[in-house]
Design a protein around this ligand. Structure first.
Ligand code: NAP
Ligand code: HSE
Length: 438
């Protein structure tokens, strides 16, 4: 029987993981044995690779792979926006299904790609783009399809979770542990995407589109990373009974009915204080965890390795098998594309303005160490109708005090106004940090 031809665009961390699985089909699903890698595009042909693939199938011209008639499924694991996006579109137009791990492309051009796939009658599957090895894309598309989803939230960047866990538990320095995450293959080729939060923003845009049924304007997601996080905040958070995690959150506004087509969603990414007894506080290292809340399911949590060669390849190969299984079926009987495997949007989603986002906040202020400062700060919060959960003064030195405030849930517009007034108090030297808080 003729095997299903696979073309790999990229043979780095993820591509090598995929090649390893396909080269070792024993004890896996029988369809794995039906797959054959017949073309591989890389940048550098001279690079030493520990993969049993013949030199003859390698090329530096990725466009050869998408036009190769012996390839039925193109696997894009090269990363970056271009030429990855053009290669995906060209593969679709050549009648090939595509599997991609590229959240940067899907978050920005997912709608265009889905429309191209629909027109060509092929699949584009993206399980590996969010949560590494965790099945979350297909569950949102299929298993949870009967729910009214109200919120999707969690830890969706492995590199930053690895960094924050090591900083918190072992006091390892940020730059050292970032280098380690790069060596382990967790980080993006430009790790700014991880530490500045844009990788998590790409992923929450994709999850929101699936959960809430409409394309998300990725550019409108307020995003803060961990690159400016100071060790002192990790320390204070711990003293107050919290850990710090980079969270991505997407929730439907209150009073919005499922029937409305225009759906203001609050979506944001930021370092967030997580109470020690919250299940997310126990998610450490490269692991990710995604909490989906909906009606009637209640809450369901997805947990597992969020990055790395093997786990991500596991998700890529699952997508390949879904397509391969469907292709073998449709060669026997005439079938249309499976509507559950295909991407679908059924409403327009709007992202709420940042000032409308409602949440608890952690604020650290550097002030003069004089009597009455806490009272004045409290008065301003009161004037802006902001209720305070706690206000604590940490070690004063050189006539300076560090004051940490945790608010109850408030609109970010209210907080902005209060902080403007607080900044103008003569005793307040600066607002040193603001973060979310669960
Ligand atoms: P990587 O290790 O940097 O590998 C990239 C591969 O693509 C390399 O083999 C490189 O060739 C090849 N390549 C890059 N540009 C090319 C071009 N223009 N033409 C031909 N080949 C090209 O990246 P990765 O970590 O595997 O990530 C790949 C994708 O998966 C990215 O979209 C990433 O966001 C996503 N992803 C990664 C992980 C992870 O844990 N690493 C998890 C989930 C999703 P050379 O080998 O010759 O340099
Ligand atoms: N750089 C990404 C992360 C890879 O650390 O989560 C997985 O998408």
């Amino acid at each position: 029987m003729k095997k299903i031809g696979i073309g790999l665009l990229g043979l780095g961390t993820v591509g090598q993981g995929v090649a390893n699985i396909i080269s070792n089909p024993n004890d896996r699903h029988p369809l794995v044995g039906e797959l054959e890698i017949v073309g591989v595009a890389v940048r550098n042909l001279q690079k030493k690779r520990d993969i049993p693939l013949p030199d003859s199938i390698f090329t530096t011209n990725a466009f050869e792979i998408v036009e190769n008639p012996n390839i039925q499924i193109v696997v894009e694991v090269m990363g970056g926006i271009e030429p990855a996006k053009s290669l995906i579109i060209q593969a679709i137009r050549a009648g090939k299904s595509v599997v991609t791990a590229n959240k940067a492309v899907i978050a920005r051009h997912g709608e265009e790609i889905a429309n191209e796939a629909k027109a060509a009658g092929v699949y584009v599957l993206i399980e590996a783009a969010v949560g590494g090895g965790i099945p979350i894309i297909e569950p949102l598309k299929q298993s949870l399809g009967g729910n009214q989803i109200t919120k999707v939230s969690g830890i969706i960047n492995g590199t930053t979770n690895y960094i924050l866990s090591r900083m918190d538990k072992e006091g390892v320095h940020y730059a050292d542990v970032l280098r380690e995450a790069q060596e382990l293959g967790y980080a993006e080729s430009d790790p700014a995407a991880d530490v500045e939060g844009s990788d998590a923003a790409d992923k929450i845009a994709i999850l929101s589109g699936l959960a809430f049924g409409g394309a998300i304007n990725r550019a409108n997601i307020p995003t803060t990373g961990i690159n400016l996080l100071e060790a002192i905040d990790v320390n204070y958070a711990r003293k107050l009974g919290y850990g710090i995690k980079l969270l991505a959150i997407s929730e439907k506004g209150k009073n919005i009915t499922q029937a409305e087509i225009s759906q203001p969603l609050s979506i944001w990414v930021e370092p967030t204080l997580v109470p020690e007894d919250n299940p997310l506080a126990g998610v450490n290292g490269v692991n990710n965890a995604i909490l989906v809340e909906g009606n009637p399911i209640g809450q369901v949590m997805f947990f597992g390795p969020g990055a790395g060669s093997g786990p991500t390849a596991s998700a890529v190969v699952a997508d390949i098998l879904n397509i391969a299984g469907f292709q073998s079926m449709s060669s026997e009987i005439s079938l249309n594309l499976d509507p559950l495997l295909s991407a679908k949007s059924w409403r327009i989603c709007h992202i709420a303005e940042e000032k409308e986002i409602t949440k608890k906040n952690y604020i650290r202020l550097i002030t003069e160490d004089t009597p009455g400062v806490i009272g004045q700060i409290g008065t301003i919060f009161g004037q802006k109708k902001i209720s305070i959960e706690s206000i604590v003064q940490f070690d004063a030195s050189d006539s300076e005090a560090e004051i940490v405030v945790i608010t109850h849930k408030i609109k970010q517009g209210q907080l902005e106004e209060a902080l403007l007034d607080i900044k103008n108090l003569p005793e307040v030297k600066r607002i040193a940090a603001t973060m979310g808080c669960l």
